[in-house]
Design a protein around this ligand. Structure first.
Ligand SMILES: [Ca+2]
Ligand SMILES: [Ca+2]
Length: 624
């Protein structure tokens, strides 16, 4: 807190955005104090600043003073306060701009801040900030003026594409402009009642209707579907701004929406009875948000995005709290309309799907459909091919932080089946305890016909192809998956308890991986290569080799290893599926940092991917 740029033209930015990176001032001090003439090149981006508190000063969350004009972007400023013990004259519960400080404030949510005298949300004194796509709501001035914004000192600030709503004061609930100053409102939504606006406001293309926030009690200031704020903005005010406060596309539809969030929220079940009904009513950029609970029956399974670029999410984003239960008939999601990564499913459990001998018991991506799944549990589903997930014909979905477990395939791919140039990405996923029945293949994952998925920071363990090939993974016909920082352990098969490669140049690569403790009842406990065309490459790995058991590596292909070790990785408790490393593990600090893909910053536990300077092998970084 009390962070001071000291005049530097630098960007201070969070990795994960304002929802995940919080500066809590604990009711003493503020987030940022700019007072050294900073320019717009000094940028604060992606923080929540809360519980700021100051007495007899301006700016409870941020203060820009003395000709300091930073850029404040994609921030949440809430529950900050300035208190006056003696004389009046201070303001800006959220942000204060004083003495020629012309801050640029973009995509910010400024809510529930408080000042005794002036400007519950924003205080402008002899300063002309430009406020664009901000939501300034439910701020309070207890004694005096300007609950949303207060302008004084012959200033003329501008607000574009912004919302002033639900603020309170003794006069000028939303806006109070002192004589000599003026506030320009361009494409804004503001309450314009007698007690809402005082002073000179120059409004153009503005509306004055309830923005329909989703739920202000829990600080959810997204817009409900139907809000007039949607598609009301002017795109020219946000040139160069590509994302909103949720880090989603800033412009969906044809125009930017007002406030800090893009898209209308469709609430299930309060406004739409089923998840599919909400999807059907949504347009690109919208958000279907599903109240936590268990959903069954028609309209809550076999869900079809129909090509829409929408975000279907649980209210809590906690997959254990929001369950799509297919009740052993049908599947969770069927993507077949060329969806892209902008079609997103987040925070659900998808369970008890059953499609008989068909494809994809939990999720089926077909014919060039490549959506994104974040933080989902795909569990206890059944199919012929791909008990949990099937990706078929040029379908490359992305799975981030997902658990794919306890799924069953009658034929191929207990956890996932990737066929015909389908190469999904699995980042920070657990693919565990899946199986294929009978004499079939790929207990965890089956890759067939030019399908080369990527696995980063994944635990692929305890899967079974009991009488077939590839307990964790089988690669067939020019399928060459990439594994980085994965653990493959305690899988079982007849051939290739861990990995089986079969037919025609299937060449998987393993970097920073652990392949240990897998079992084959016939041949190749860890790795089995069926023919001479297959090459397995291991770099910076720990794997059980034939010096430990002559049946660990078997078959007719080639296994190349560089910079590998062959020692017990010392998992914490593999019996109970805990594959984290003991403090004495030889896998600690021996990985190659350069293999970590860009964008991967955390391990499978959500902790920093690199600790102590060097990455460990496997998905879990040892951190005492
Ligand atoms: Ca829009
Ligand atoms: Ca390390």
């Amino acid at each position: 807190k009390d962070l001071d740029f000291g005049g530097r033209a630098i960007t201070v930015k969070s990795v994960g955005g304002a929802d995940k990176c919080i500066i809590d001032c604990e009711n003493s001090g503020r987030g940022f104090y700019f007072h050294s003439g900073e320019t717009s090149s000094a940028t604060v981006e992606g923080f929540t600043i809360k519980n700021g508190f100051l007495s007899n000063q301006n700016g409870g969350g941020i203060h820009c003073d003395n000709g300091s004009s930073p850029t404040i972007k994609n921030c949440i400023i809430k529950n900050c306060k300035v208190e006056i013990v003696f004389l009046p004259g201070y303001g800006g519960g959220g942000i204060a701009c004083t003495n020629s400080s012309n801050a640029i404030i973009i995509n910010c949510l400024i809510i529930k801040n408080q000042s005794r005298d002036y400007g519950g949300g924003i205080y402008c004194s002899s300063s002309n900030p430009i406020i664009t796509n901000c939501t300034i709501a439910n701020n309070t001035v207890t004694d005096r003026y300007g609950g949303g914004i207060y302008c004084t000192g012959n200033c003329s600030p501008t607000a574009n594409n912004s919302i002033f709503w639900g603020n309170t004061a003794s006069s000028g609930n939303q806006i109070y402009v002192v004589s000599g100053s003026s506030l320009a409102l361009r494409n804004c939504d503001y309450a314009d009642g007698f007690s809402d606006v005082v002073g000179t406001v120059v409004a153009s293309n503005c509306i004055t209707s309830d923005p329909q926030f989703v739920d202000t009690a829990i600080d959810n200031f997204h817009l409900k579907k139907g809000s007039q704020c949607i598609e009301w903005g002017n795109n020219s005010y946000i040139s160069g701004v590509t994302t909103d406060l949720d880090n989603r596309a800033r412009i969906s539809g044809t125009k930017v929406d007002l406030g800090c969030y893009e898209g209308g929220w469709l609430l299930v079940p309060s406004a739409y009875g089923t998840i599919q009904a909400a999807i059907d009513a949504a347009v690109d950029g919208d958000v279907v948000t599903v109240t936590d609970g268990s959903y069954t029956g028609t309209g809550n399974k076999d869900l079809d995005f129909k090509g829409k670029k929408i975000w279907v999410r649980s209210a809590s984003l906690n997959p254990s709290a929001c369950i799509i239960d297919c009740e052993n008939s049908g599947r969770g999601f069927y993507f077949h309309t060329s969806e892209t990564a902008e079609s997103i499913v987040e925070g659900f459990t998808i369970q008890n799907g059953d499609v008989g001998t068909g494809n994809g018991g939990g999720v089926y991506c077909y014919n060039g459909s490549s959506p994104t799944f974040n933080n989902c549990i795909i569990s206890s589903n059944k199919a012929g091919y791909g008990g949990g997930v099937c990706c078929y014909i040029n379908s490359n979905p992305i799975f981030n932080n997902c658990i794919i477990s306890y799924n069953t395939a009658v034929h191929y791919g207990g956890g996932a089946y990737c066929r015909d140039s389908s190469s999904p990405a699995f980042n920070n996923c657990v693919i565990s305890t899946n199986r294929v029945s009978g004499s079939y293949h790929g207990g965890g994952v089956y890759c067939e016909n030019f399908s080369s998925p990527t696995f980063n920071n994944c635990n692929i363990s305890d899967n079974s192809a009991y009488n077939g090939y590839g307990g964790s993974v089988r690669c067939y016909n020019k399928s060459s998956p990439s594994f980085i920082n994965c653990t493959i352990s305690k899988n079982t098969a007849s051939y290739g308890g861990g990995v089986a490669c079969y037919y025609n140049s299937s060449n998987p690569t393993f970097k920073n991986c652990i392949i240990w403790g897998n079992t084959a009842t016939t041949s190749g406990h860890q790795i089995y290569t069926y023919d001479a065309g297959c090459t397995v490459t291991l770099s910076y790995c720990d794997y059980a080799d034939n010096s430990l058991d002559p049946n660990n590596i078997a078959g007719y292909g080639t296994v190349n290893a560089d910079n590998c070790i062959n020692s017990d990785p010392q998992f914490v408790d593999p019996t109970n599926k805990n594959y984290r490393l003991k403090s004495t593990s030889p896998c600690i600090d021996i990985g190659n940092n350069s293999y970590i893909p860009s964008g991967i910053t955390t391990d499978l536990d959500g902790k920093p991917r690199i600790y102590n300077g060097k990455v460990d092998l496997g998905p879990y970084e040892y951190q005492p």
